[in-house]
Ligand binder design. Structure first.
Ligand code: ATP
Ligand code: MG
Length: 389
């Protein structure tokens, strides 16, 4: 028999009446993400989702993919066998042989979903535990604090043997948390903020502002590469690339230098707001963090979110840079983020940026700009790039 994958549901099980829809969403996400590894049957029983290969499959590939699917808190590979004592013992002995040889102590834990199985779960654990202990004299039985636990699940169709589960991505299945537009730059922060909202079940649409020729093709490719690196967590992504050159040049020509960055950020928010409304998204996501740069003081955040009535989600707001870097490394975006290409934010940066701006004053300064015309032209010239794994 072929190995299967057992996915333990996380917070999903706490959702009461919604639980079924959470499970359905998670199963459809698992089906979509595992399909490139072969054909799998995906079904749920008692807070576990079973991912079972049908014919030739890359089970290792599917297992690794499942570790990045939000909604799964722990994951294990298991080997099914016939529901007979000798078959169960043989399977445990060979399948978990390396682990049993390496461990100092172990116990067997059994679950019996099939109540017609002749032994109770305690009896079964004792019997298999005794047999394994004889086969592996190096390892002691310790039911209180074992180094290794051998799990046996007796189900209708078969017995399943597995070792300890590994922890998985946690969070909520993507799609359960609504849809949002995430502002993706080439920096360290915004891939992390995108990951964090996806972890709460939010389906993301990505928006990126590019200012050629001030920003290069390499900077643009870097952002698409970051989006690609996010797909194992966030699922397929669409990146909307918005030309930002005209807006930046107009701001430089018409507005006071110490307000450049702030006014530019208000345009980013306006464009993201416009896209969100077109795509029926209910929030914006940014990688802003309190006090990290001049445009991220409380007053500056107030000024930038003044132009949208959507909630601006800033999951990094209270994190230190080191914590953000740790997450960036964990999700695999850090090395790409630190490639040294210009972002539009680093073009035309004021020498003395305003850190305590006043909304009314900024609105006044923007009177010099054709806001609607600039937004319309930028939106009309946008590019849409679909990013897959
Ligand atoms: P990051 O590391 O994510 O670039 P940062 O610390 O450099 O962030 P800013 O450059 O002020 O901070 O940007 C704050 C947030 O604004 C970013 O996290 C991102 O969400 C958004 N942002 C900045 N530049 C762009 C851009 N060119 N395209 C899309 N979003 C952007
Ligand atoms: Mg940046």
């Amino acid at each position: 028999m072929q190995e299967i994958i057992l996915c333990k549901l996380g917070e999903v099980v706490l959702k009461g009446l919604n639980r079924r829809s959470f499970e359905m969403k998670l199963m459809s996400n698992i089906r979509r993400r595992t399909q490139r590894f072969g054909k799998f049957k995906v079904y749920s029983r008692q807070s576990t989702i079973y991912v079972e290969p049908v014919g030739e499959c890359d089970v290792t590939g599917a297992y690794e993919a499942c570790k990045q699917i939000f909604g799964i808190i722990a994951i294990a590979r298991a080997l099914p066998c016939e529901k007979r004592i000798m078959a169960i013992f043989d399977t445990a002995r060979t399948y978990l042989g390396d682990a049993l040889r390496a461990a100092k102590s172990f116990k067997v834990e059994s679950k019996r979903a099939d109540k017609t199985f002749p032994l109770g779960s305690i009896q079964l654990s004792q019997q298999i535990g005794g047999m394994l202990n004889e086969a592996f004299p190096n390892v002691k039985v310790d039911v209180h604090n074992p180094e290794l636990t051998v799990y046996i699940e007796i189900r209708e169709d078969a017995a399943y043997i597995h070792g300890p589960a590994e922890s998985a991505a946690g969070g909520l299945p993507i799609g359960m948390g609504g849809q949002a537009v995430s502002l993706l730059s080439g920096g360290i922060d915004s891939p992390v903020s995108s990951y964090m909202m996806a972890k709460r079940g939010v389906q993301l649409e990505m928006i990126h502002f590019a200012s050629p020729p001030y920003t290069s093709q390499m900077a643009r490719d870097k952002v698409l590469q970051l989006a690609k690196e996010l797909t194992p967590w966030c699922g397929r992504l669409t990146v909307y690339i918005i030309p930002f050159t005209e807006i930046q040049e107009e701001i430089r020509r018409n507005c006071p230098e110490d307000h450049f960055t702030l006014i530019m950020r208000r345009f980013m928010m306006r464009l993201a707001d416009r896209l969100a409304k077109e795509l029926h998204c209910k929030a914006l996501v940014t990688g802003e963090c309190l006090g990290q740069v001049a445009s991220q003081t409380m007053q500056a955040l107030r000024v930038s979110e003044d132009v949208t009535d959507l909630p601006v989600l800033r999951p990094l707001i209270g994190m230190d840079k080191e914590e953000i870097v740790r997450v960036a490394r964990h999700i695999g975006t850090f090395d790409t983020s630190i490639l040294p290409y210009e972002d539009c934010c680093t073009v035309f940066t004021p020498r003395h940026p305003k850190t305590k701006p006043v909304v009314e004053e900024v609105r006044e300064m923007e009177q010099a700009l054709d806001i609607e015309g600039l937004i319309d032209r930028a939106m009309a010239a946008r590019e849409m790039v679909k990013v897959r794994m």
